[in-house]
Ligand binder design. Structure first.
Ligand code: S3P
Length: 444
């Protein structure tokens, strides 16, 4: 459990140079949307059926949290999460007080849930999680929530554990200093309990899954350029949501197909919400052979089929408004850049330092340990691509995305990669190795 020293993964997992990836796959359900379905389903009145709910460590933490707050989640027990779940929301009764909510490693749960809780007078909650969660800043939500009148205490002015005493909230207009979908979502959820409209102004567009799902649940949401406004209201009813496949998980196979010769893969049912497809735009600019075909929508989100083929990659410059649209895939862009010829620069990405690990440090360390040339900068990194990597050892530092990046690096390397603490992958993608193997098997 949390705060006990984590037993290190005794044996690194090896990923040796492989043949091509081929065939078709539906990647796992979207993590961001699964978290939101569980939270908004728990807030709503009546039943919400969630089809294709992600089974992962992070989303199990969310189901356990909402169950503790009084929502009924079936099927039980939660340690056999099915891909179709039913949530009986607490509705106007509000969330039950809970002495300790364990968010595990889930940053999205940590930042979104206080938005629901803060406005319920008389309630008292404490939130905490694992060691990595204790280094994830929460002042970014505590400050605007306090401006709304919330009583929220954080540790050392910045970090979990968090204590929330429910209080009456006021609507505010808030200009976010960082482009963060988690902060925006937290304030929109809190705004439902405020005494007037709450407006969030984004410096750059960020993923808009919360707005879409709240609209589907009947909330009053108004959008105008960078401004999103939520009107007060308790009567959410979500009924059903079908979660699309996760483009952030798909991205591992896309990049693998690009950098491993003779690969050609098809990924189906993938969420292609334009606030998430920055990775496709950037890779395409690098010369990647990627085709995206829209295929309707699922749960209020556009979905599509993505085809990726081995490509000669060119270096690229990434920065500005593009960063939030590809924030979780920037490590993979850096890996792809090691396979290009020339200098790739990623800037304006200091938010990477505040993810499950300091992803500027851990990505640069990973690339250098496998023989690539990479350097950290204040707000990003520079990668000097040489067209190939040697191989070596990559430590995930407990970060799921670094673990999976290590696996892909190994397959595409000359000598293979041993990934330390590969287990971390289960935070978002427990079946990663099986799915990877299925694409390799078709390629053999
Ligand atoms: C997420 C938003 C992003 C992203 C995270 C999931 C979300 O974080 O990095 O993995 O579900 O809203 P920020 O909003 O803090 O940038």
């Amino acid at each position: 459990m949390s705060h006990e020293p984590k037993v290190p993964d005794p044996k690194p997992v090896r990923f040796d140079p492989s043949g091509p990836l081929a065939g078709a796959l539906v990647p796992p359900p979207d993590k961001s949307i699964s978290h939101r379905a569980a939270i908004i389903g728990a807030m709503a009145e009546g039943q919400t059926v969630v089809e294709n709910f992600l089974d992962s460590d992070d989303t199990r933490s969310t189901l356990a949290a909402v169950a503790g707050l009084g929502a009924m989640v079936t099927p039980e027990p939660l340690d056999t999460v099915a891909d179709r779940i039913v949530i009986d929301g607490v509705g106007p009764t509000g969330p039950k007080s809970l002495g300790r909510i364990d968010v595990g490693n889930a940053g999205t749960l940590l930042r979104l849930l206080p938005g629901w809780l803060a406005g319920w007078e008389g309630g008292l909650w404490r939130m905490d999680g694992d060691d990595s969660i204790r280094s994830r800043p929460v002042d970014r939500i505590a400050e605007p929530l306090s401006m709304m009148g919330a009583r929220i205490e954080v540790t050392d002015g910045r970090f979990p554990p968090i204590r929330i005493d429910g209080e009456r909230l006021h609507g505010i207009e808030y200009e976010m200093p960082v482009a963060s979908a988690q902060v925006k979502s937290c304030l929109l959820l809190a705004g439902l309990r405020a005494d007037g409209p709450t407006t969030v102004i984004e410096p750059h567009p960020t993923r808009d899954h919360t707005e879409r799902m709240l609209e589907a649940a009947g909330a009053g949401i108004e959008r105008e350029g960078p401004r999103v406004t939520v009107l007060p209201g308790n009567g959410l009813a979500l009924e059903s949501v079908s979660v699309p496949a996760d483009i952030s998980s798909a991205a591992f196979f896309i990049v693998a197909a690009l950098i491993i010769p003779d690969s050609r893969i098809v990924l189906e049912g993938v969420g292609i919400n334009p606030t998430r497809t920055g990775v496709i735009e950037i890779l395409s600019r690098m010369g990647a052979r990627i085709e995206v075909e829209a295929a309707g929508s699922s749960g209020g989100e556009p979905i599509g089929r993505i085809e990726a083929r081995s490509s000669d990659l060119a270096p690229v410059e990434v920065g500005g408004a593009e960063i939030p649209l590809a924030i979780d895939e920037l490590p993979l862009i850096a890996l792809a850049a090691a396979f290009a010829h020339g200098r790739t620069v990623i800037r304006d990405a200091d938010e990477l330092r505040k993810k499950e690990s300091d992803r500027i440090a851990t990505v640069v360390e990973a690339l250098v340990s496998v023989g690539a040339s990479a350097e950290a900068t204040d707000d990003g990194m520079v990668v000097e691509g040489a067209g190939s990597i040697r191989g070596g050892e990559i430590d995930s530092h407990g970060d799921h995305r670094i673990a999976m990046l290590g696996a892909i690096a190994g397959l595409a390397s000359m000598e293979g990669v041993a990934v330390g603490d590969f287990e971390a992958a289960s935070v978002s993608y427990p079946r990663f190795e099986d799915d990877l193997e299925s694409l390799l098997a078709v390629g053999r």
